[in-house]
Ligand binder design. Structure first.
Ligand code: PLP
Length: 451
């Protein structure tokens, strides 16, 4: 066994370029090679078990090796693994589209498939842009408005509406310029207000942009209720629904990027549900297949879809598609996943979220925990050098990273976003496992920041 692992480690370093990874650092340490999974746990090539505190990059819903999803994929394999949606249809993609529309906020009626969160967003941007090109004869609506600190993916369009400097800075010359509104990062308010007296002034800043530029803005892109990659920044209740009202008022489409928040992650099927918001376009990926297969979808309304109808030579067609668009294996996994997202699932999830909240409370008194943020089963624990002044640690200290590396020694896999330690368990995690996750995290935060 050891010999096999050593060979894999060597080959990995020689051949594999890992995402979002400084490979110099990677190549100087032993990679952790995951071989199997079960429930909330990952098992490495040496048989060691770890709690999967990232839900395998925010995707896993019902745990690893969920029997019903395993079986659905196997059954689909026995029929066909892939056929194209370009000029042909397939049964799982049809069934899934119907289920998605039924589960989605009111008004979303049409489903366009792709294979990652980034492509789902890219498609949303293109649909919004083309929609106005084909319906608005008065003026050009060719710009987008997005939020400070947003993350929508790594393709050029999705990077253009994103704003995490270290991810996009090098590509800036290739990106289109988007209007940028403040997102309510209340712990470090971009408008230097305190939550108690701000009356969500960031909304005013948003409206000011729309007042002036609404006529040239095709769509607003938002991570509903919580910005994930920015560091689990939770927006106050009412922010999202106010954005919906303002986008309606200024005739701007609303794109809800539910890539991270969809399929139960915030406690409801979609985060938009929490504020009764129906976007014009919605992007889903990550949890769509329960964390099994790369599949994404962009949903939209009949009003938007109808603007693409016409005679072929009018060229109103949406000329976009990926080779694996609507892949039957992915769709079969997603159908099985959605069948499991029933009332009982959400009732149990609610209880787990309460337990999680209680455990997160326990972090608040720690000497170097500045802020604890939670939206359902997504949480971020922001570490600071000085709690009083909120002074962050020097980036070079890599405090968040060190906490996560320490956690690994105790059998927990978590990842930081800067110095925010992210806790993102699989949604089916057991109470005892949640408790263990919180205990290890607390111990490791103490060791790194106090010890
Ligand atoms: N949008 C949001 C809100 C995300 O959190 C992510 C990924 O974390 C993406 C888009 C990009 O998804 P993918 O990594 O599948 O391209």
């Amino acid at each position: 066994m050891r010999k096999k692992t050593i060979r894999l480690e060597r080959l990995d370093k020689r051949r594999v370029w890992h995402p979002f990874t400084q490979m110099k650092e990677w190549n100087s340490s032993a990679p952790l090679i995951i071989e199997r999974g079960q429930g909330s746990c990952l098992i490495d090539a040496e048989g060691r078990r770890y709690l999967d505190g990232t839900a395998s990059m925010w995707v896993n819903v019902h745990g690893h090796r969920k029997n019903k999803i395993d079986r659905a994929i196997k059954a689909q394999i026995d029929r066909i693994a892939h056929s194209t949606l370009l000029g042909l249809a397939n049964a799982p993609s049809i069934e899934l589209a119907e289920m998605l529309v039924k589960a989605a906020p009111n008004g979303l009626e049409k489903v366009f498939y792709s294979d990652s969160g980034s492509t789902a967003v890219e498609i949303a941007l293109k649909i919004a842009f083309q929609y106005w090109e084909q319906t608005n004869k008065k003026n050009k609506k060719q710009r987008f408005i997005a939020f400070q600190g947003a993350y929508h993916g790594d393709t050029f369009g999705s990077m253009s509406v994103g704003e995490i400097d270290i991810f996009v800075e090098k590509y800036r010359p290739l990106l289109f310029k988007a209007f940028r509104a403040p997102y309510p990062y209340c712990y470090r308010c971009p408008l230097k207000k305190e939550p108690a007296d701000c009356e969500m002034e960031c909304l005013k800043a948003f409206e000011d942009i729309l007042k002036k530029h609404g006529h040239e803005i095709a769509a607003c892109v938002i991570e509903p209720r919580i910005q994930g990659a920015a560091g689990m920044i939770t927006a106050p209740a009412g922010f999202l629904s106010a954005i919906r009202k303002l986008t309606n008022k200024y005739d701007v489409l609303l794109i809800a990027d539910e890539v991270a928040t969809g399929f139960g992650r915030t406690g409801k099927m979609f985060a938009c549900e929490k504020e009764g918001v129906s976007p014009d376009i919605m992007c889903v990926a990550k949890g769509l297949t329960g964390g099994y297969m790369p599949l994404a979808a962009t949903l939209t309304t009949d009003a938007v879809y109808n603007a693409f109808l016409g005679e072929y030579v009018e060229y109103k067609t949406f000329f976009h598609g990926h080779t694996y668009t609507g892949n039957p294996l992915g769709c079969a996994a997603a159908v099985a996943n959605l069948k499991l997202l029933d009332k009982l699932f959400f009732r149990r999830l609610e209880k787990r979220i309460d337990i999680f909240a209680g455990l997160l409370d326990g972090f608040k008194g720690m000497a170097h925990v500045g802020d604890v943020r939670q939206a359902g089963m997504m949480a971020g624990v922001e570490l600071v050098e000085d709690k009083k002044t909120k002074r962050p640690y020097l980036a070079s200290l890599r405090t968040g990273h060190r906490v996560c590396m320490e956690a690994r020694k105790h059998g927990l896999i978590i990842r930081p976003l800067g110095d925010t330690v992210v806790l993102m368990p699989v949604l089916s995690i057991k109470a005892a496992e949640l408790k263990k996750m919180a205990e290890i995290t607390g111990k490791c935060i103490r060791k790194v920041t106090e010890g």
